[in-house]
Design a protein around this ligand. Sequence first.
Ligand code: SF4
Length: 100
Amino acid sequence: MPALKLLTLPPAVAESWDWQLEAACRDRDAALFFHPDNERGDARDDRIAAAKEVCRTCPVQAQCLRHALRTREPYGIWGGTTEDERRAARSRGRAGSLSL
Ligand code: SF4
């Protein structure tokens, strides 16, 4: 008979994600925040501007940005920043300058 193993459940993650329940983008199309393949120029600029406008009204923008910086989110608009803005701030050692 195989030995009985006690299973250890992973820790609850609700605490680290519950801020998303308040997110202004919660009912928005995710395509606004994540660029489609081959998006360029004005289409990209317009989409980013529209996504940032949503972020400006978001009550959890600071938590969202903190999450994106902590987890190095590689894609999308998080906390009112683009992936390029977060990457550039990290490479300059100034990710804290993006904090709200
Ligand atoms: S800051 Fe922007 S991306 Fe983050 S939860 Fe709010 S609306 Fe969504």
